[in-house]
Design a protein around this ligand. Structure first.
Ligand code: MG
Length: 267
């Protein structure tokens, strides 16, 4: 154990995952609201989530309703990363979405026209809880007409209070199974997600701490991007996974409140 400020004062920015760090299902993790407030006293906070079903706005509103002090400008979703990446790399592009409303909202907000699949330059995929055979057939039509394929993320599963449900990886995998692997995957662990989070945080990676619950996405991606990392044990990964996967974070803390009090250990 180190005194509180020894850990927090090393960093000017905190990049936090949402599911498994701030909330579990639709419930705040106990003490997480106060912990978020405390971290904001030490630096900038950006929430970086692979959840592509919501826009930044929708994510901030949902968290505000749960009592978190969060504005849309502090949120980076994989839907926003996809929209911003396409815009920055290629300019406005005609897109067709296989995913939920938040993804379409971010793409439209970034100036990408939403068009029928056969007219699309890019098929953009996210988690879709209304996935059908018909939608896959439409995606195929677009891809056979020459569209390129961008995936928001390929998280295999999505945690809910009732257990795990299929994540964006199920949608991406179905399209891949038709012979079209994604040309780009922009969410965590991709460097693109962390670069955009750093831009939004106006921070340098060397002074930023990524806090997440998944070693393979939050911790591995952040390490590749040059950030320090903290694993919290309120979500997917357990302490024994550190050795099993060989992905070793800078810090391990019981939960976000413990980390915000400086109660973290070096694994
Ligand atoms: Mg998570």
């Amino acid at each position: 154990m180190l005194p509180m400020n020894t850990i927090l004062e090393r960093y000017t920015a905190f990049i936090l995952d949402v599911d498994g760090v701030l909330v579990k299902g639709s419930e705040p993790i106990p003490g997480a609201r106060e912990a978020l407030r405390r971290l904001k006293e030490h630096g900038r906070v950006v929430l970086l989530t692979n959840n592509s079903t919501r826009s930044r706005d929708q994510t901030a509103r949902r968290l505000s309703r749960l009592g978190f002090d969060v504005s849309p400008e502090e949120v980076v979703t994989s839907s926003y990363v996809a929209a911003r990446y396409l815009r920055e790399e290629l300019g406005p592009r005609k897109v067709w979405v296989i995913g939920e409303a938040g993804l379409s909202e971010e793409l439209a907000a970034a100036g990408h026209p939403l068009v029928p699949p056969e007219d699309a330059e890019w098929i953009v995929a996210g988690m879709d809880r209304n996935l059908t055979y018909e939608k896959l057939a439409q995606a195929l039509t677009g891809l056979l007409s020459g569209a390129r394929f961008l995936a928001t993320n390929r998280d295999a599963t999505f945690p809910t209070p009732e257990g795990l449900l299929p994540g964006a990886g199920a949608v991406v995998g179905a399209i891949e199974g038709m012979g079209f692997p994604p040309e780009q995957v922009v969410g965590k662990p991709s460097a693109i997600a962390f670069r955009i989070a750093m831009e939004v945080a106006e921070a340098e990676p060397e002074r930023a701490l990524m806090v997440g619950d998944r070693l393979e996405t939050d911790v591995l991606g952040a390490q590749r991007a040059g950030l320090a990392t903290a694993l919290v044990l309120t979500g997917v990964s357990r302490l024994e996974d550190v050795r099993r996967l060989g992905i070793v974070p800078s810090w391990v803390a019981e939960d976000l409140p413990a980390l915000a009090r400086g109660h973290a250990s070096v694994p």
